[in-house]
Design a protein around this ligand. Sequence first.
Ligand code: PMP
Ligand code: GLN
Length: 388
Amino acid sequence: MSLPTTALINSKLPDVGTSIFTVMSALANEHNAVNLGQGFPDFPMPEALIDAVDKAMRDGYNQYQPMQGNLQLRETLAEKIASLYQTSINPADEITITPGGTYALYTAMTCLLRPGDEVIVFEPAYDSYIPGIVINGAVPVRIPLQFPDYKIDWNKVRNRITPRTRMIIINNPNNPTASILREEDIQSLRDLLNSFDQQTYILSDEVYEHLVFDNLPHLSILRYPDLLSRAFVCFSFGKVYHCTGWKLGYAVAPAALMSEFRKLHQFNCFSCHSPSQIALASFLKDRDQYLSLAADMQDRRDYFLELMRPSRFSFLNSYGSYFVCAQYKAISDEGDFTFAQKLTREQKVATIPVSSFYTNGTDHKVIRFCFAKKKETLENAAERLLRV
Ligand code: PMP
Ligand code: GLN
């Protein structure tokens, strides 16, 4: 039964359906499948962080934090940024704590974009970007990453720049492709932005900042003052501390941009969950917690790939994030959504079809696996996947 309505709905997002993560997780639950689809760890978050939240609540930190976020937490983040990226950020007016990375991205788009503005977005694109552009009346300018390395073709980008280009969205490390940006990409981005007059902003989604493998560096926009001067950089604590359900993150930007961000944030959210901010302010001081993440996740990646070596899947490179993509051409010529659904129903392993991240449905017959899982989960999944 649904409520009757007399309202006529002229949707602002007519092309948006249910997110592929929700669709595949629901299918996984329905079929009792191992879920390597939606990106979340199935191992516990740090016990000490749970204790710290518990303590914060018992110590009485249960009322509003300041709109910008807990000051100690912002100060600790500024220290972390200084030590990792050698950039000095003012915690007073250049960091804001947000209810998750997605919210930070959306708020940055909303405070900068005007109807008719163009936004460069690379496909496959994380699913929240294009709706965030469209709802603001701006126009997504979609540029495909080059298959199978998923690198940016900077000449293509140059050809799509117009006087209306207001923003470029980058995602490093990239979800779903697990590619990362290299020095030459940073230089190309810089050259591009310097070569035309209009004000174009960078929106840099770096929620997987600590998940870069094989001793490669994470080339955060925070490292480059010239690029940072026109950027919002967005992060998620959920990815760092294995607590995606906490939905807590932050944005970093120069004060003038952050001031616009906060105009929106103060009315859309005002302030975030208090005890977890108190807990994170102290927990973040333990640098090993985040510095050890890449090795741990690389280990899981390698374990999964080794288990899958005899399979008929052809794995693409995973340099960062907690995902790895694979082509299944040797197994089937079905579309990737059909293939992923069948895999869930028949082999009981859920994955994510990568065509969902393209608006034109480009289908390279690639699915994405999340390896942020216990080893036994990966073994269980691999055993089933080796049968196909
Ligand atoms: N960006 C990317 C690329 C992601 O994969 C995710 C998380 N799943 C987010 C943003 C959002 O993070 P949060 O859950 O903190 O909103
Ligand atoms: N970011 C997660 C992923 O890529 C999913 C988050 C969500 O379900 N919105 O799988």
